[in-house]
Each structure stands twice: as C-alpha cells, then as structure tokens.
Design a protein around this ligand. Structure first.
Ligand SMILES: *[C@@H]1O[C@H](CO)[C@@H](O)[C@H](O)[C@H]1NC(C)=O
Ligand SMILES: *[C@@H]1O[C@H](CO)[C@@H](O)[C@H](O)[C@H]1NC(C)=O
Length: 347
C-alpha cells in the first residue's frame, strides 16, 4: 500500500518534470562510468605500480619508529629527516622539491636512512619505479661521455616525475659526480613551477657524500674528549662547517652554486659511531639471524667488536667503518662456533 503510493508519487514527479528523467539517467551513467574507471584503475594498479595508495603512501609514524629502532647514534638525523619529510609531504603546494644533503663517513648509515625513507614511502621500497638510485661511479663511469650522461640523467629524472610527482631521487657519491652532471640536476632542485611541463616541487632529492666526514669527526671527537654527551651537539654547529667546507672544496663549484642559491634545504651530519653503537648493530644483526641468545654473550659480542678498527689511535673512540662490516664480521664469528643442535643430531 505504502510502496504503491511512493511509486505513484514518483511517477507524478517524473510526469510533471521530464527533465528529472534525464538528470536521473545522467547520474546513473556517471556513476556507472565512474565505477568502470575506478575498476579499471584498480585492476591496473594490481598489475602495475600506481602513484597513489597503497603503492605510494608516506608513513610518518613508521618512518619515525624505523629510524629509532634501526639507526644508532644519530640523534640529529632522527630530528631533521623525519620532520623535514613530514612537513614537505603534508604541504599541498611546496615551493620547491625537498633537498637533503647527507654527510659522513661510510658506515654511518647514510644509505641505510635513504632505504628506510624509500621503504616508508613506497610499497616496493628501493625497487619502486618512482625511486631512482643514482650511483655516480657506477652509472657514469666514462668521463668522455659526459654529454650523453647529461641528457640521460635529465631524461631519467623527467620521465620518473612525469609518472609520479612524489618521486624520490637518491644520489650516491655526490662528491664524485662530475660538475656538469651536478649542473644538469640543478634546475630540478630549483623554485620553478614546471620544467618541460613537469612539476617537480613534490619530489624529494637526497644527496649522499663522504665529504665533510673529517670535519664531522673532529667536532664529535672534541665533544667526546671534553666529556660531553654527543646528544648535546646541535645541527647549527655542523651546518656552518659543512656549508663552508663545500664552498671551499676544490672542484666543488657546482655544489657551492646549489648552496649559494639555497637549493639544499638541510645539511645532515652522520656522526662517527662509538663502540656502543656498533654493539647495537651487532645485537640487531644477531636478532635478525635468529640468534638473540648470543646478544647477552659478552665474549661473543666482544670478539666481533674487537675484529673492527677504531680511530683515532689515542682514544680509539670511533669505529673506522661504522656499522658497515658488522654483518660480515658477525657471520665470521658465528661460523666459528659449533651449532648447538649438532650434538643432538649425532646422538
Ligand atoms: C626495506 O624493505 C625491504 C623489503 O621489504 C627489506 O628487505 C629491507 O630490509 C628494508 N630495509 C630497511 C632498512 O628497513
Ligand atoms: C671556512 O673555511 C676556511 C678554510 O677551510 C677557514 O679558514 C674559515 O675560518 C672557515 N670559516 C668559518 C666561518 O668556519
């Protein structure tokens, strides 16, 4: 009875207002089309990587947690990197891409942090098509081909951002990058709204280099020798030194152009690691290998720690290779000890 009434009312409205029919049909078609495109996009994104969730999804909380749990002895990195990325990602209209310059000796965790960032931004991490990992000596070995490389690099950057404006570029060994190539990157880091019709302002560039490692060590060592905790070291004392250093460096002309044009947003020092930080790396690796039973085995851990080199000679405060050779050294010590279960097998 009630349904009849509603139907009658509906017919009456339709009868009175013919336009309503077309509006209703139009809406139905729009919804259907939308659903179709939505479905198509869904299927496509099952097969290929897409420039949105879940393939691209910056997770600030897990980035923060990963850096806290996986990186040791780098309080400045934690503060600056997480907040800089968060601010850039949550800004709908950034004026330029985010450019971070990581400095420090090998093994202090520069590549590691870049990987952690990739893992917390892209579902496929470093394997994502929206992440470009450029290693100067590997990708551009032949100095006579520099002009080809310039084009190649430019196209590589352009085509990646064309696919996804939230792309990530990691330049390894930036200090070994020929000046012409650094020059080729420069426009992408700048305050332009578009380059060749592509908007770069939402992408992130990370420049890694060993340069400045000596200066960073000096500052950290002084703090150590004066008996102050390294956690009291502030970013400002390093930034001034690192900027000055990159300016005065021979052949560092292009780098200084990036600096004087304020294209590098943050200089981030990776401090040399003390024995206790290396120990944390050993512990983490043992856990990863399923041998957490050895974490509290002081003899074992000391053997691994003693197989690494330390500097300076006077205090042996810092590990020469940071945490870089920890995995191999731990494996070596693991291989030397007899597996416990072997006895059971033989009995
Ligand atoms: C990043 O993700 C890959 C793949 O899931 C994983 O193997 C790797 O250990 C992760 N790296 C870090 C630094 O967490
Ligand atoms: C910059 O570096 C030069 C040479 O390395 C040095 O003489 C100068 O005092 C430094 N300036 C500052 C502000 O640190």
């Amino acid at each position: 009875m009630r349904a009849h009434y509603v139907l009658l009312l509906l017919l009456q409205i339709v009868g009175v207002n013919g336009e309503l029919i077309s509006v209703l049909t139009g809406t139905a078609i729009a919804i259907a089309t939308g659903a179709f495109w939505g479905l198509k996009d869904k299927i496509k994104c099952q097969l290929y990587e897409c420039c949105h969730e879940p393939d691209v999804n910056f997770n600030y909380h897990s980035l923060d947690a990963d850096i806290a749990n996986l990186l040791f002895g780098q309080h400045l990195v934690k503060d600056v990197v997480v907040n800089a990325l968060k601010a850039h990602w949550h800004n709908e209209n950034p004026k330029k891409p985010l450019v971070l310059s990581f400095h420090g000796y090998t093994g202090s965790g520069k590549n590691y942090v870049a990987e952690i960032i990739a893992n917390n931004t892209f579902r496929q991490g470093l394997r994502s098509g929206f992440v470009q990992h450029i290693v100067a000596t590997n990708d551009f070995p032949d100095k006579s081909k520099i002009e080809d490389y310039q084009m190649e690099l430019r196209n590589r950057i352009l085509s990646t951002v064309q696919k996804c404006h939230r792309s990530l570029f990691i330049f390894d060994e930036t200090d070994k990058l020929p000046e012409q190539l650094l020059g080729a990157i420069k426009p992408f880091l700048d305050y332009y709204s578009t380059i060749s019709g592509v908007d770069f302002r939402r992408s992130v560039f990370i420049l890694l280099s060993n340069k400045g490692g000596g200066k960073i060590s000096d500052i950290t060592l002084k703090q150590y020798e004066n008996g102050y905790p390294r956690e009291q070291l502030r970013l400002e004392s390093f930034e001034r030194e690192l900027m000055n250093f990159s300016f005065n460096e021979k052949g560092g002309l292009k780098m200084s152009e990036l600096i004087s044009n304020h294209l590098i947003d943050h200089f981030i020092p990776f401090l040399p690691l003390q024995r206790e930080h290396v120990k944390s790396c050993v512990d983490a690796y043992l856990r990863k290998r399923g041998r957490s039973d050895l974490v509290s085995n002081v003899d074992f851990v000391e053997r691994v720690l003693n197989s690494l080199q330390y500097f300076p000679d006077s205090s042996k405060a810092f590990s020469s290779s940071g945490c870089k050779r920890v995995d191999a050294k731990t494996d070596l010590e693991l291989a030397k000890i007899r597996p416990q279960f072997q006895f059971d097998d033989e009995l």
